[in-house]
Design a protein around this ligand. Structure first.
Ligand SMILES: [Zn+2]
Length: 226
């Protein structure tokens, strides 16, 4: 299994505009270390990093969801997930903003102002196959353009999620190797995947919405007991 700092780092944000989320944060009041990229979060008991000044109020986010009793969580192991594979993702210049990352708009008075491009979220690039892919396009600031190699798997349909939702397989792999990992889907409207693991680890993963009927989705395999 990966060490704790490696696991924490996987949950951190690569987006330069969310630089406060680029490293894990030690919360001294609650004696735990947390990491999040805005779409998923992990909290591990004890001090495994330094405190980050101005870190978002992560504990209020975590408290929003209904956490059932531990008995309702189902085990999750890597064998239950689709195999990880390496994929080359190709990026093209964004046609909406001609690669600038912003577009000129006019306000009601006819004054022009700059606005972040909605198509590419200000990066200037689009994932060429984004419509056919199951991962959210990576934000590319600070990353090499054109071709990026990344871990990929089918998205996974978890029991408890509505028909049009699934969870990124690579994100499930990140937690499945944690000893004692188990999950359940939050019963509120958020449909967050909640997970726990040995040593007081807990966290949340946001679902992805399946936009295309032919999007490849994997089912969770049965747990194999040892
Ligand atoms: Zn654009």
């Amino acid at each position: 299994m990966s060490d704790i700092s490696t696991i924490l780092q996987r949950f951190c944000s690569l987006d330069e505009t969310r630089y406060k989320l680029a490293a894990p944060h030690y919360d001294a009041d609650r004696d735990c270390t947390v990491a999040t990229d805005g779409s998923r979060m992990i909290c591990i008991h004890g001090k495994h990093s330094e405190a980050v000044a101005g870190y978002p109020a992560w504990h209020t986010t975590m408290a929003k969801f209904q956490w059932p009793d531990a008995a309702e969580f189902r085990p999750l192991t890597p064998e239950m997930l689709p195999a990880r594979k390496s994929a080359i993702v190709k990026y093209v210049e964004c046609p909406a903003c001609q690669n600038f990352g912003y577009v000129d708009l006019e306000d009601e008075a006819g004054e022009q102002y700059e606005c972040e491009c909605r198509s590419c979220k200000g990066t200037g690039y689009l994932d060429e196959e984004a419509a056919a892919r199951f991962q959210a396009p990576h934000l590319l600031k600070g990353l090499p353009k054109e071709e990026v190699e990344q871990d990929d798997t089918e998205i996974v349909r978890l029991p408890g999620l509505p028909e049009n939702m699934a969870v990124r397989g690579d994100w499930l792999h990140d937690i499945a190797e944690l000893p004692g990992c188990a999950f359940c889907v939050s019963r509120d409207d958020s449909h967050m995947t909640l997970f726990i693991a040995s040593g007081g680890i807990r966290g949340i993963i946001m679902p992805v919405i399946i936009k295309q009927a032919d999007c490849p989705v994997a089912m969770l395999k049965e747990a194999t007991h040892v």
